[in-house]
Design a protein around this ligand. Structure first.
Ligand SMILES: Nc1nc2c(ncn2[C@@H]2O[C@H](COP(=O)(O)OP(=O)(O)OP(=O)(O)O)[C@@H](O)[C@H]2O)c(=O)[nH]1
Ligand SMILES: [Mg+2]
Length: 459
């Protein structure tokens, strides 16, 4: 942090656009902008918008719209100037250069938001939400970032922290009384409180798996025996011929993925090597990878050819897959070939089903589109189910929640063993510190610089 410097950056993406916006923030922001103007703006009230010619030593650079925000009334809480220029790269660069010559320094990535955080406009979780908002590519990511920016998540964390703090102070009061045998903090109340808070902390931590999937794209694995038609369906869903399709069993060796929008969410669709007894080392490695993908993904779409597979064979595959994946949807493929009755697989669909559609032909566009709508319904249901809950989408938050949960567990274990007040207080303090690190209420230079360096310059 360099509080005495006035920082400057191009806040819009570089390249040609209708407008370019340059932002200045710091004590000398008004002096610096005045140096480029024939008529000052520094004497204007906050939130004034002025039209001014901008000059450097060579002459007029552009006619610009300048907005000024006074200290305390701006995003960074410092004097801020926003200069809207015509969107030429040349104009933007020449103006930047003139501002640097007048005394500004180039902003680091995220430095404006870092200043906003340090001056209390936002807490750390909200500052991170700014980066998420900028990166939001779809409805869920946008809504969640907005909720976090408005402070909903921070409020939840703060209230958990305050409840723990209250008890910690009671326990520490006991310690102050030393030898005297007083108990301000009822142990049974403490136990109930820790159990309750731990449950909430765990719920938040566990929401990360879904939150992260919804933010980055839900991973959906296409799995099944060789020749089931996985790659055919993959190509049909992504509307491209990315995967090689052939009637040779074992065509797909390595997984291929592609991000597509299904309903309101992004889905990372993964086509995998068919599952069977491998015929060579390369195929074996491909199948290992299939299982790794199944394990790390949110859901598996299992495809089988009912003309070739008995109920027992399907159940055998699915029982193996269900060891790695909690969510499996089963679809029979190549129905255009199938002469039998799909109801013989009813026991399979009852156990693993999930979709009302039981079978398709991956070659039939309208059936693939029906499958796509059913998947969309499933994903939309996920989003709806969690839309009024606080969802953690940030790995750093999830990690701190996990560490806090461990401390709370230590307290519960410790109370069983009659742990002393000072050790209880130690674990409580450590747990509180973990929660505080989410909203940035403890100082940690390293964490801060890591977070803000992932921002874009000018934000
Ligand atoms: N008739 C018919 N043929 C299909 C259908 N889906 C796929 N096929 C054919 O089945 C063969 C195998 O399809 P792929 O998509 O390569 O199968 P895969 O599951 O990816 O197979 P591996 O990569 O070997 O695991 C190809 O000849 C496809 O054209 C379908 O719904 N109906
Ligand atoms: Mg394939």
């Amino acid at each position: 942090m360099r509080p005495n410097e006035t920082i400057v950056a191009l806040s819009t993406a570089s390249g040609v656009g209708a407008l370019s916006v340059i932002r200045l923030s710091g004590t000398k922001a008004f002096v610096i902008i005045d140096a480029l103007l024939k008529k000052p703006v520094s004497n204007k009230p906050t939130h004034t918008v002025c039209l001014r010619g901008i000059y450097d030593e060579q002459g007029l650079i552009d006619e610009a719209v300048i907005t000024i925000f006074h200290e305390g009334k701006s995003y960074t809480k410092e004097n801020v100037v926003e200069i809207s220029l015509h969107g030429s790269e040349y104009i933007a660069q020449r103006t930047l250069l003139a501002l640097l010559k007048a005394g500004a320094v180039m902003a680091e990535p995220g430095e404006f938001t870092q200043r906003a955080f340090l001056h209390g406009t936002l807490d750390l979780a909200q500052a991170e939400a700014v980066a998420d908002l900028i990166a939001a590519e779809h409805k869920f990511a946008h809504e969640n970032a907005l909720k976090q920016l408005k402070g909903g998540f921070s409020d939840d964390i703060k209230s958990l922290r305050e409840r723990l703090l209250h008890f910690t102070s009671l326990i520490e009061l006991e310690l102050d009384f030393g030898e005297e045998d007083v108990e301000f903090a009822s142990r049974s109340e403490l136990k109930d409180l820790v159990i309750d808070i731990r449950q909430k902390v765990d719920e938040l931590r566990d929401s990360f798996t879904l939150g992260n999937a919804l933010k980055k794209g839900f991973a959906l694995v296409l799995a099944g025996r060789p020749n089931a038609g996985k790659s055919t369906l993959f190509n049909a869903l992504i509307k491209d011929e990315k995967a090689i399709v052939s009637d040779i069993a074992g065509t797909t060796r390595d997984a291929i993925d592609e991000r597509i929008a299904i309903g309101d969410v992004w889905v990372r669709l993964i086509d995998t090597a068919g599952i069977r007894e491998a015929t060579d080392a390369i195929e074996r490695e491909g199948i290992n990878r299939t299982f790794k993908h199944i394990e790390s993904s949110g859901a598996t779409l299992y495809l089988f050819d009912p003309s070739l597979m008995s109920v027992e064979e399907v159940l055998k595959d699915l029982s193996e897959i269900s060891e790695k994946s909690e969510r499996i949807w089963v679809i029979a493929n190549k129905l255009d070939h199938f002469k039998g009755d799909l109801s013989i697989y009813n026991s399979v669909f009852e156990k693993y089903g999930g979709l009302s559609l039981k079978g398709i032909s991956a070659l039939d566009v309208s059936q693939v589109s029906e499958l796509r709508s059913q998947l969309a319904m499933q994903f939309t249901e996920d989003v709806r189910r969690i839309s009024d809950q606080t969802i953690v989408t940030n790995a750093r938050h999830s990690h701190s929640l996990d560490a806090c949960s461990n401390e709370l567990q230590q307290i519960l274990d410790g109370m069983e063993m009659g742990l002393s007040g000072d050790l209880l207080s130690f674990h409580l303090r450590t747990g509180i510190k973990e929660l505080a690190s989410i909203t940035g209420e403890i100082d940690n230079e390293e964490v801060l610089s890591k977070i803000f360096s992932s921002f874009c310059i000018g934000k």
